[in-house]
Design a protein around this ligand. Structure first.
Ligand code: URA
Length: 411
């Protein structure tokens, strides 16, 4: 009966035939409604769903406008609504015959107000005591703007949280066709355009605690630049975002961007990056197929004359920045993570390990992936002669093991 009650409200002209057919079929098969693969049953459920969605939109998107106060004056003060003074009129365009079925909802919600809801499918009028119905109305019968609209706009702008902005989801929830009757909707394009700026400002001001982890790399890229959770943020340079496929099997983690990476906005493009590229090529690992990133997202430096001199991040800075690398890992879900150097190893494990002891064997991570640790390429750059040759040999051996493991994991 519940399904039938909703289906009857649908504007499909075949709805009665469908209900009659199902009623008839129930005579010979009392369990017909339990068959979710049956075409009639599926259609019935679809009608029910659509009508419920239409009602939900009506509850959410009806916007009253004040047309006349008790003294008969048009366009009174907006806050007269508190005591129920004035007559409020809303225009709404339902897709289905849902107006009467929703009278109770609006009566309970706006019990002390004098209101009318006008729709092309019939109207409701409530005077605080009785509900009246009238026939279909036209858009022109409803009033234009009034001071209540300014309140709606203010309210909407104040609850709008740029950090939670998901345009696709918002459009799904609040389709464009409803916008024309919602005073706050005219703010939407402006709010979307300003969202990124506001969000970075909120991060900078420490207002945004990132309670919600960004769930795409693009979402991380949008906000990471404004991160001021550790003192490196005071330098006010942009973060360097990781790069590579968001489903890479291999994630390569460095320490932090250097001067050239900071200027280019890309990881591992300076001298250490060039050495690393050559070593990867030798080991037969395709950098383009890997997601390459850094433990610490901002370049930490001190000025020496006109030069920016690299400074190692301290343990606290690394630990603070782990939040970002964990967000990246949760998105990319690599099978294997290669950490370059002690900072990267700490960023992955949350504790300091010795490279010479940790290298050469996988460390299982809690998400089922494995961590491999090796030296940082800039360590190799600082060596020469036999020490450099020896370290390059160890580095190559580590990369070869990673490559072999990747092949095994690819099955
Ligand atoms: N060193 C790193 O750890 N990362 C870079 O991106 C560049 C140099």
């Amino acid at each position: 009966m519940k399904l039938a009650r909703n289906a009857i409200l649908h504007s499909d002209t075949d709805r009665f035939a469908l209900l009659y057919r199902l009623l008839w079929r129930q005579q010979s098969n009392p369990r017909v409604l339990e068959d979710r693969t049956d075409n009639d049953v599926r259609r019935l459920e679809e009608l029910d769903r659509t009508v419920r969605r239409d009602s939900h939109k009506m509850h959410a998107f009806v916007r009253f406008r004040l047309v006349e106060d008790d003294a008969g004056e048009a366009e009174g003060e907006a806050d007269s609504s508190e005591e129920g003074g004035g007559h409020y009129v809303a225009w709404f365009e339902p897709d289905h015959h849902i107006v009467r079925a929703n009278a109770g909802f609006f009566k309970r919600r706006f019990a002390n107000m004098n209101w009318s809801i006008l729709t092309p499918k019939g109207c409701l009028h409530w005077d605080g005591e009785t509900m009246r119905e009238s026939g279909p109305a036209r858009r022109e019968d409803a009033p234009g703007g009034d001071p209540v609209e300014a309140l709606w706009r203010k309210y909407y702008a104040s609850i709008f949280n740029p950090a939670r902005l998901k345009v696709g989801a918002m459009l799904k929830e609040m389709p464009r066709r409803y916008w024309k009757n919602m005073p706050e909707a005219e703010l939407i394009p402006e709010l979307i355009a300003g969202a990124q700026k506001r969000e970075s400002a909120m991060v900078a001001a420490g207002e945004l605690e990132f309670a919600e982890r960004p769930d795409t790399l693009a979402a991380i890229d949008k906000v990471v630049h404004g991160c001021r959770k550790c003192p490196i943020g005071e330098l006010e340079n942009e973060a360097v975002m990781g790069e590579g496929p968001d489903d890479a099997a291999l994630m390569i983690v460095g320490e932090q961007p250097g001067d050239q990476e900071d200027r280019a906005g890309k990881p591992f493009v300076g001298p250490a990056g060039q050495l690393f590229d050559a070593q990867l090529e030798r080991a037969g690992i395709d950098r383009g197929a890997a997601y390459v990133t850094n433990t610490v997202k901002h370049f930490k430096y001190v000025m020496r004359g006109k030069r920016r001199l690299h400074q190692n991040p301290n343990a606290k800075e690394i630990d603070t920045c782990r939040w970002w690398i964990e967000a990246e890992r949760a998105i990319v879900k690599p099978k294997l993570v290669l950490a370059l150097g002690a900072s990267a190893a700490r960023g992955m494990l949350g504790k300091t390990v010795s490279i010479s002891k940790a290298r050469g064997a996988p460390i299982p991570l809690e998400d089922g992936s494995e961590l491999w640790i090796t030296a940082h390429p800039s360590y190799l750059l600082r060596l020469d002669g036999p020490a450099r040759a020896e370290q390059e040999r160890l580095f190559q051996a580590d990369l070869a093991a990673v490559r072999q493991r990747l092949e095994e994991l690819a099955g």
